[in-house]
Design a protein around this ligand. Structure first.
Ligand code: ZN
Length: 202
């Protein structure tokens, strides 16, 4: 297992960000407060950079190419494949555009919140909007790993499909706990948005 400080440093260097200890405490604790077990596991793997990138694969077997499968030009490091690859940046911008429409505010391409789970300061006005942001960002990350070994980048369309799956399972959970009021508070901005703009088909 990688040392937490080493991992934090790698993220900072590769993303070109600086986060103080307090921020990192929030990021590491985001694993515990994630929306479900699946989300917790994924966030743990991302923060520790456990999924194998082309670059890491190349280091294990030099005969295999270190080049990113999607842009086919740059070295496929972990950060490249999940964030800085031009194809992945286009995907994040696409997703962010929808998130801006959902919230009606301008959001930044901020890897700390989109990728590392740090609470987004623009939407953390109430717990329900923060929760929806967590769900949207988590599902957008999840979508990247569904096409991790594909030469095609993830799409906004498959992202919305995952969000709707999450909606369904959260709905079942809330029925069990009879917390439909809170559930609707979280999801209404998203449902309004999908009604207006996204045609979800099979
Ligand atoms: Zn690339």
């Amino acid at each position: 297992m990688s040392n937490v400080q080493d991992v934090s440093q790698s993220w900072q260097n590769e993303l070109g960000i600086s986060a103080d200890e307090e921020k990192w405490d929030v990021i590491w604790s985001s694993i515990k407060i994630s929306i479900c077990n699946r989300a917790r596991l994924l966030q743990f793997k991302i923060l520790h950079r456990l999924q194998i990138s082309p670059y890491k694969r190349h280091k294990m077997n030099p005969q295999l190419s270190p080049i990113c499968l999607k842009c086919k030009i740059l070295i496929g490091t972990y950060t490249h494949c999940i964030w800085s690859c031009p194809k992945i940046q286009a995907y994040w911008m696409d997703a962010l555009q929808d998130m801006q429409r959902i919230y009606g505010v301008v959001l930044q391409m901020d890897p700390l919140s989109l990728l590392l789970g740090y609470t987004n300061r623009y939407v953390n006005v109430g717990t329900s909007s923060g929760r929806l942001y967590d769900i949207l960002a988590f599902t957008a990350r999840n979508n990247i790993f569904l096409s991790w070994i594909s030469d095609k980048p993830p799409t906004k369309f498959t992202w919305h499909k995952i969000v709707m799956e999450c909606f369904t399972s959260e709905h079942l959970t809330c029925l069990l706990h009879s917390s439909i009021g809170q559930f609707m508070k979280i999801w209404t901005p998203y449902l309004n948005f999908t009604d207006l703009t996204v045609a979800l088909t099979d």
